[in-house]
Ligand binder design. Structure first.
Ligand code: SF4
Ligand code: SF4
Length: 300
């Protein structure tokens, strides 16, 4: 039995694969997408989120921190990340729940027990379990273990991946995954490096290999204005799809839902002025795919 670190289990999810699903969010991701709406997923370690609006500056957390890691900075108490050992005392003693620990260690036995609680919904709706993140393949042993446990119970499995993981990690799980939700964010390698932090070569190679193994794949494309809503990116994705078999393409319009979390984690959000694409703009992109006979859906 293995254990891993997750930051959320979302029940009754209907956007992460077919039917009603339980989506498990793994912590840790090798990418740093500018538009990431789950910034708490990026770090493989536990983190403390701070909700300023709940803090009354009572000073209890400062007194209780055994490392002396909290000091007032202007108005609010700030944690020195270099001194903090993530003991969690400041979250336990805060009377207003102004600090919350993100990240939970869980064993594969505990997780399958949680997933299996909704087996009846999966059976009735054709749903199952989806492993998302973060990048679930960043915890390959744990992912492999929980997928095996799902398959042993006959639970449908989906893995939502950035594609950025060693091929051997994909190879070992491929026969336990009923559906890959596979992200393609930018076909231009230079822009991929700029906006995502790594090149896309490995991602495209892995996609081709999964396709040649006959894996079931939904391609997921976030659409961000001025970054990847251009004709060239869409044309190059369509060209890629002439060599890769995917069941459908999901176009995911940019949204700002995760923006507040950056402030709570003291992280910098680089797209604060960004607007979401209009329905007309999304429809125009969708038509480009339809013209090539590609099954397309706007949304997850
Ligand atoms: S204990 Fe909570 S409310 Fe009090 S200063 Fe710390 S974070 Fe703010
Ligand atoms: S988690 Fe522990 S060490 Fe870190 S700031 Fe809070 S009390 Fe201090």
């Amino acid at each position: 039995m293995t254990s891993g670190i997750i930051f959320n289990i979302q029940k009754y999810s209907i956007h992460d694969g077919p039917g009603i699903r339980t989506t498990v969010f793994f912590k840790g991701c090798p990418l740093k997408c500018w538009w990431c709406h789950n910034p708490e997923s990026q770090n493989l370690k536990h983190e403390i989120m701070f909700f300023e609006e709940r803090c009354t500056v009572c000073g209890r957390c400062i007194k209780k921190c055994p490392e002396g890691a909290i000091k007032i900075n202007h108005v609010f108490p700030e944690i020195d990340k270099f001194k903090c050992t993530l003991c969690g005392k400041c979250t336990d003693f805060c009377p207003n729940n102004a600090r919350e620990q993100v990240g939970k260690n869980i064993t594969s036995d505990e997780l399958i027990e949680e997933i299996a609680k909704d087996e009846v919904f999966y059976e009735e709706s054709g749903g199952g379990a989806t492993f998302s993140g973060g990048e679930p393949l960043a915890q390959a042993d744990f992912l492999d273990d929980i997928l095996t446990k799902c398959k042993d119970r006959g639970i449908h499995t989906a893995v939502d991946t950035s594609g950025y993981a060693p091929w051997k990690s994909f190879e070992r799980i491929a026969d336990k995954v009923d559906l890959f939700l596979y992200d393609i964010k930018l076909m231009d390698n230079k822009n991929h490096k700029k906006y995502i932090g790594v090149e896309n070569t490995l991602i495209i190679e892995n996609l081709k290999k999964l396709s040649s193994m006959g894996c079931n794949i939904y391609l997921r494309m976030p659409i961000i204005k001025g970054i990847n809503d251009n004709r060239e990116h869409i044309d190059n994705t369509i060209k890629l799809l002439s060599n890769v078999n995917v069941e459908q393409v999901n176009l995911l319009p940019y949204h700002k839902i995760g923006m507040d979390k950056y402030r709570r984690l003291r992280m910098n959000y680089k797209l604060s002025g960004m607007e979401k694409p209009s329905s007309e703009e999304m429809e125009k992109i969708s038509q480009q795919f339809k013209r090539h006979g590609i099954k397309i859906k706007i949304g997850g």
